[in-house]
Design a protein around this ligand. Structure first.
Ligand code: SAM
Length: 291
């Protein structure tokens, strides 16, 4: 069975009386090379367990099951569960759960797999909740080796952007705190059924085993980043004044100077290595140095 073949996909959907559900972001991959490349590139260790979010009809799951020790997949659409039993029936290393990734307790679900060896995430994500899913994975604090995701091309550009570039934003700086993102390849819209309106890209995030940046107060680091990008065309001094009304303009400028920044610098020039000491200085001034 060739799950990348358009005719086969349509036959399967019709045999199980299913339609593509837009509200679940169902755009299924139909390019074998792309599917194989993602399964190959998603992590280094064949002994890994892969958490797949949204297996659809099992196209990527199939290639992951061939290459990795185990696959645990979460699919929100109940209608696809019998399809997955059919398309993945030959594998004894795949477990599919009919669950919403946003509701599931990842700690509990993955504890037995982490006990066996490395765990990575691999998914062609539903675009309507890309950022919430990514943030849930990162904030879970689970020691994933890699998170490899297919996402909208412009979101990929944002996540992989360098400080100071047009695409660089708060999410880029936050992601850099957790790991290192790498753009793998772009996938044109016509490689999916139904075709989405935009092109896609695959990125791979290698999570830091030991975080290189250790803020005194993590929540305040995120607040600093959010404030810095809250007023994009303003100077960092003005943006931080708006984001930290507890501090006077003079205090903010003194903090910026203590970190070696001119008050006229813009927030989008700072990378995570610079945001960390800045947030520490703000924490000091606010008397919030504890995490
Ligand atoms: N992996 C398949 C492929 O590449 O062809 C399907 C990818 S499709 C872009 C996204 C999949 O995620 C769909 O199967 C959809 O039903 C599922 N999905 C959407 N929201 C979800 C959620 N909150 N939790 C789990 N799965 C979800």
């Amino acid at each position: 069975m060739n799950l990348c073949d358009l005719k086969t996909v349509r036959q399967i959907m019709s045999a199980f009386h299913l339609t593509f559900r837009k509200e679940f972001g169902q755009n299924f991959l139909t390019d074998r090379m792309v599917v194989e490349d993602i399964a190959e590139e998603c992590c280094a260790d064949p002994d890994s367990t892969i958490l797949e979010i949204g297996p659809g009809i099992g196209t990527l799951t199939y290639e992951l099951a061939l290459r990795r020790r185990e696959v645990v997949a979460l699919e929100i659409d109940r209608g696809l569960i019998p399809v997955l039993q059919y398309t993945l029936g030959e594998f004894d290393n795949v477990t599919v759960h009919n669950q919403d990734v946003m509701q599931v307790d990842l700690d509990e679900l993955l504890a037995p797999y982490f006990a066996k060896g490395p765990v990575s995430v691999c998914a062609n994500l539903p675009y309507y909740i890309t950022t919430p899913i990514l943030m849930k994975l990162l904030e879970s604090g689970l020691p994933f080796d890699y998170i490899t995701i297919m996402i909208q091309s412009e979101v990929a550009d944002r996540l992989c952007a360098k400080a100071g570039s047009r695409d660089y934003g708060a999410i880029t700086a936050v992601l850099a705190y957790y790991g290192e993102a790498e753009h793998l390849f772009t996938v044109p819209a016509d490689r999916f059924v139904p075709a989405p309106k935009v092109n896609s890209a695959v990125i791979r995030i290698r999570l830091h085993k030991e975080k290189p940046y250790r803020p005194k107060n993590e929540a305040l680091l995120f607040r600093t980043i959010k404030a810095a990008f809250g007023q994009r065309r303003k100077t960092l001094s003005n943006a931080l004044s708006a984001g930290f009304p507890e501090l006077s303009k003079e205090q903010i400028n003194a903090i910026l100077a203590s970190c070696g920044h001119e008050p006229t610098i813009r927030g989008e020039r700072l990378d995570i290595a610079q945001f960390t000491p800045l947030s520490d200085a703000l924490a000091e001034a606010l008397g919030q140095s504890g995490s």
